[in-house]
Design a protein around this ligand. Structure first.
Ligand SMILES: C[S@@+](CC[C@H](N)C(=O)[O-])C[C@H]1O[C@@H](n2cnc3c(N)ncnc32)[C@H](O)[C@@H]1O
Length: 274
């Protein structure tokens, strides 16, 4: 059964830079409150090019990490990045499918998953599978976005339509770019207890130029702009409407523009009685 789709963002250099920009710009917002005690065993699932891994190991230098991704190329890049930036980090790298991980039940104290569920056809099954890898009482941290949370000034129906094309393409591939709002029901139905989900909002205006550049322009608009050819080929838009949408998105990065997006960070526990 195929449970992870052809990864909608691809594995290009451009995508690797986008993930780095995303992680670096948002590190405090996304990683705030996440650190693991000395000696704890932590599994990072879908580590990609290591954009989150560098922040995880920096926040928890005494924890032992296992970082897993299905892409050998991304994993190699992650390994090089983390080794370069944090040579003392304790990370074991593993190429594997998260649905078939070679670990016995209750192997980990904590699991961290960021921007992975949105690409899976079976996110609830993924969460159930990962729950069994946690020790009873162990925690899962999961972070996802939700493209429905994007709103901006000046408003533009063309810009909204371009975002909706990306949502549609991801859905057609079996994923869900609107998954952030579903984290709470997904976690509870996957058997976790003490589930909390909190919004982590990015709001960028001209008073925060690093966010405008690093998030609105590089991360968000970069991600939407990358699907132009596929959106046009799929007949979801015309080249002219698409280009107007991207132009209007860039307009929100002008001095009088504003942009809002909400990530959702969930924390959940494997029940002691599980
Ligand atoms: C959007 S990237 C996120 C990478 C990283 N977590 C971050 O936040 O920068 C999603 C990653 O999940 C990986 N992935 C997708 N399906 C997977 C699966 N079934 N098992 C393991 N990794 C998977 C992809 O290869 C990709 O590297």
């Amino acid at each position: 059964m195929t449970t992870s789709l052809s990864y909608v963002h691809g594995y290009s250099d451009h995508e690797a830079r986008r993930l780095e920009d995303q992680a670096d710009t948002l590190a405090a917002l996304l990683h705030g409150g996440t650190s693991y005690p000395a000696g704890s065993r932590v599994l990072e699932v879908g580590c990609g090019v290591g954009a989150q891994t560098v922040h995880l190991v920096a926040a928890s230098p005494e924890a032992e990490f296992v970082a897993v991704d299905i892409s050998a190329e991304s994993l190699a890049e992650a390994r090089a990045r983390v080794t370069d930036q944090t040579p003392a980090a304790r990370v074991t790298w593993l190429r594997a499918d998260l649905f078939q991980l070679p670990f016995p039940e209750a192997s980990f104290d904590h699991i961290f998953v960021c921007f992975v569920l949105e690409h899976l056809t079976a996110p609830q099954r993924a969460l159930t599978t990962l729950r069994r890898l946690l020790k009873p009482g162990g925690t899962l941290t999961v972070i996802e976005g939700d493209h429905g949370s994007a709103f901006f000034h000046p408003h533009s129906a063309y810009a909204r339509a371009a975002i909706d094309c990306q949502v549609r393409l991801q859905a057609d591939a079996g994923g869900n770019a609107l998954i952030g709002r579903e984290l709470y029901p997904l976690l509870t139905s996957a058997g976790y207890t003490r589930v909390t989900v909190r919004p982590r909002t990015v709001y960028a205006d001209n008073s925060r130029p690093a966010l405008v550049g690093g998030f609105t322009r590089s991360t968000f608009i970069g991600m939407i702009a990358a699907v132009r050819d596929r959106a046009v080929a799929a007949g979801l838009t015309t080249a002219a409407d698409w280009d107007r949408g991207i132009t209007d998105l860039h307009r929100t990065t002008d001095a009088d523009g504003t942009f809002h997006y909400t990530f959702f960070k969930g924390e959940a526990v494997r029940p002691e009685s599980d």
